[in-house]
Write a protein that binds this ligand. Structure first.
Ligand code: GLU
Length: 384
């Protein structure tokens, strides 16, 4: 693969893993951060918008607070993040200022990207920062994140930020230089993959569960991030952040894995639907519905076999084919209780069953993103 030129992208989200920024003994890796900021300044000088998703709040906080190694309790990691995030923000502000770049801090909670109104609000703030020439420094708001309500890893958070802001490249920098066919430390036969045209089930299977002590994300969350980003037309690079000037290193030909963006542009609203991290429920449909959806039709109650989960009208639901694979995602026109009542019934019967004339479709095609085509390609690839 030819070395990717980063300056040909318009808007790049760079995710930086904790271990790159923070040393457990000595704290902030100042020289590395300064070199990173010089790389960012270089991209900005070429007209590229740069956003940073910086991990390291918890790692930094536990160093400052001198907490013992090992797993932290929830309230300990929240406290560590409170201490570490200030230090992290200060470090970014200081290092970027060497190149006269202003940093702006954005701390997100899960609801800020999963609830549409809050999503639009967060997006507007980030876009305004970019318009003003600042570099948004983004992290999860770990001081209020709880086990149930959090992204938990900055790989997927960064992918959500990339799709939210219409970025065309997401760069994940960590201690892993890319995707291998198997975990390289366990399998001597493992091959490195420099280009990934589509995230097929085989590619997904290659992602082990490994995560280092300082960070939560392993290859699993990186592939999940890739699905979110590439599905919204944003390419993704996984590269090692270990060298000083890691962005320059990518351009100079350092080994990395490039995941191609999927070709079909979708509307911003559909991007939001497709990237939802946790659909509220699922609709299991029959083969006839799969065919209808593949040709761009809406999902009618007649094609639904069962409804799983509790959801409100307007929540995102996954649409699952007879083989158990997700084939589409969309906004439910009915809540779960009503959806169950009209499951398998003709649209003309809805009024008699529910007592009012609702929408004919369980999920309207304008509110739906299908993944069927990709599923078909994946099947072809699997059987080739
Ligand atoms: N948000 C966490 C932190 O700043 C890091 C999450 C991750 O490592 O992916 O400490």
């Amino acid at each position: 693969m030819a070395a990717p030129s980063l300056a040909r992208y318009k808007r790049i989200v760079i995710k930086i893993g904790s271990a790159l920024l923070v040393d457990r003994g000595s704290g902030l890796k100042q020289a590395w951060l300064d070199a990173m900021c010089a790389d960012i300044a270089g991209l900005k000088a070429k007209g590229v918008d740069v956003l940073v998703v910086s991990s390291g709040a918890i790692a930094m906080g536990r160093t400052v607070l001198d907490l013992p190694s090992g797993a932290l309790k929830l309230e300990e990691s929240q406290a560590a993040a409170a201490v570490g995030q200030i230090a992290l923000a200060r470090a970014w502000t200081h290092s970027l200022s060497h190149d006269n770049i202003v940093a702006g801090q954005i701390l997100l909670t899960l609801g800020d990207t999963e609830e549409r109104r809050r999503y639009l609000n967060a997006r507007a703030t980030i876009n305004q920062l970019l318009k003003l020439g600042a570099v948004p420094i983004i992290n999860e708001n770990d001081t209020v994140a709880t086990t149930e309500i959090r992204y938990g890893d900055n790989d997927r958070l960064a992918a959500r930020v990339a799709t939210m802001t219409g970025a065309d490249l997401l760069v994940l920098l960590s201690d892993i230089d890319g995707l291998y066919t198997a975990p390289p430390h366990l399998d001597p036969e493992a091959r490195f993959l420099d280009t990934i045209a589509a995230i097929t089930p085989e590619i997904e299977a290659m992602a082990g569960g490994a995560a280092s002590e300082l960070s939560r994300g392993g290859m699993r969350t990186k592939i999940d991030a890739g699905k979110i980003a590439t599905g919204a037309g944003c390419a993704m690079i996984i590269a090692s952040g270990k060298p000083e000037h890691p962005l320059r290193a990518i351009e100079d030909g350092a080994r990395c894995s490039l995941f191609a963006a999927s070709g079909t542009p979708v509307t911003a609203r559909k991007t939001w639907i497709a990237g939802q991290l946790q659909p509220a429920g699922s609709l299991h449909v029959d083969a006839g519905a799969v065919t209808a959806l593949a040709t761009g039709k809406s999902l009618l109650p007649a094609g639904v076999r069962s409804v799983v989960g509790q959801f409100e009208r307007g929540d995102t639901v996954a649409i699952i084919g007879p083989e158990g694979r997700e084939i589409a995602r969309g906004l439910a026109s009915y809540d779960a209780v009503e959806a169950r009542q009209i499951t398998g019934r003709k649209s003309g019967e809805i009024e008699a069953i529910l007592g009012y004339a609702g929408r004919a479709a369980m999920v309207h095609r304008d509110d739906m993103v299908t993944t069927i085509l990709r599923v078909q390609e994946e099947k072809d690839a699997t059987h080739a």
